[in-house]
Design a protein around this ligand. Structure first.
Ligand code: COA
Length: 323
């Protein structure tokens, strides 16, 4: 018995900000951003918060899966940019869908968040506790990006993507792993809130609220961790790299994906990329790309698809799926 993705969905804010638009905000250029990252444009919220993006995705999932709100057992939203500390985005999605029989919560693993959330849903389903789940990655990174820091603000975008998963006796998740290396946590941080209160007299410090990143260290971590993780998952499943139809990598930087592709000896054409139009949408990046691949009809029943990502924490996650 396993867990199968029976529908995918995605939603991004309508406002599109190009690299030329970014050059009006910070000292950068379309040429620099394109060459160093592969990004050409990104969607930026005009006010919709993370839950709005997640709810739109969830509605699409329900419709495409042909299921009713009351059928949903579990709702997991991966996000680092929730509307509130409490309630979770998951609970807001539950209310908006009217999914009164579900249990809902959020998980936080930055850009690996969707992989963590899918892994958790898979475990609940395999344990026989639930029969299905809605799993979503949703972010409005624009609210924690420092719009005066050119080394980070050009990289990120807003969006959401997700999957409706169900218990399956045939196709589905074959092998997966998630991992973390907390000792590196400070190479990528964001959303810090200072412990200031009336009794300690501390002033709230805003600077660590914004995304702060050692780009080169993250780059090194990404190329190493993803390659090792994919190798472990493929060998655990006894599946050869050439049997993979598509790899859906976290969309952080085309140069990172080029290195991963070379090291794994999986041809570049097999890596599905849409970073040019979305930038890095953190936990939403893998499900947005997966949904696009699915909408284009590029994957067929039984095809082997590999999802893999890395992110703040530092974290990583890889999943091999028989579609
Ligand atoms: N426009 C123009 N110049 C920029 C710039 C921008 N947006 N951002 C940085 N620069 C400049 C730097 O100031 C530096 O100038 P200097 O040499 O005069 O000091 C130069 O470009 C090179 O900067 P560097 O940081 O060495 O560039 P890089 O080749 O490492 O690329 C990243 C930077 C962020 C694109 C790259 O490190 C990266 O992608 N890292 C991984 C990030 C990631 O994946 N994050 C998400 C994790 S989930």
């Amino acid at each position: 018995m396993t867990t199968r993705i029976i529908a995918t969905g995605a939603y991004a804010p309508v406002q599109v900000i190009t690299n030329d638009d970014m050059a009006n905000v910070v000292d950068t250029s379309d040429e620099w951003i394109t060459q160093r990252t592969g990004i050409k444009e990104r969607h930026i919220s005009s006010g919709e918060n993370t839950s709005a993006l997640a709810v739109n995705t969830a509605r699409q999932l329900l419709e495409r899966a042909g299921r009713k709100a009351g059928d949903i057992d579990l709702i997991i939203v991966a996000t680092v940019t929730a509307d509130y500390s409490t309630p979770s985005v998951g609970c807001i999605v539950q209310k908006e869908l009217g999914a009164s029989n579900a249990v809902a919560f959020d998980v936080t693993a930055a850009c690996s968040g969707f992989m963590f959330a899918l892994s958790i849903a898979d475990k609940y389903i395999k344990a026989g506790m639930y029969n299905n789940a809605i799993v979503i990655g949703a972010e409005t990174l624009s609210k924690i990006v420092d719009w005066s820091d050119r080394s980070t603000c050009v990289l990120f975008g807003d969006g959401a993507g997700g999957a409706y998963v169900e218990k399956s006796e045939t196709y589905g998740i074959i092998e997966e792993e998630i991992g973390s290396k907390g000792e590196l946590y400070d190479i990528l941080t964001g959303g810090y809130t200072d412990c200031a209160n009336i009794f300690n007299g501390k002033e709230k410090e805003d600077s660590l609220w914004y995304v702060n990143m050692n780009g080169r260290e993250v780059f090194k971590f990404a190329t190493k961790s993803v390659v090792k993780s994919v190798e472990r998952v493929l060998s655990g499943a006894g599946v050869a790299a050439e049997d993979i139809k598509y790899v859906i990598p976290h969309q952080a930087n085309t140069r990172i994906v080029d290195i991963i592709s070379n090291k794994l000896r999986i041809p570049h054409e097999k890596f599905y990329m849409n970073i040019d139009r979305y930038g890095n949408t953190s936990s939403a990046s893998i499900p947005i790309a997966l949904n696009e691949l699915n909408e284009k009809g590029l994957i067929e029943r039984g095809d082997k698809v590999l999802l893999t990502g890395f992110g703040g924490g530092m974290t990583w996650g890889t999943m091999l799926v028989s579609w």
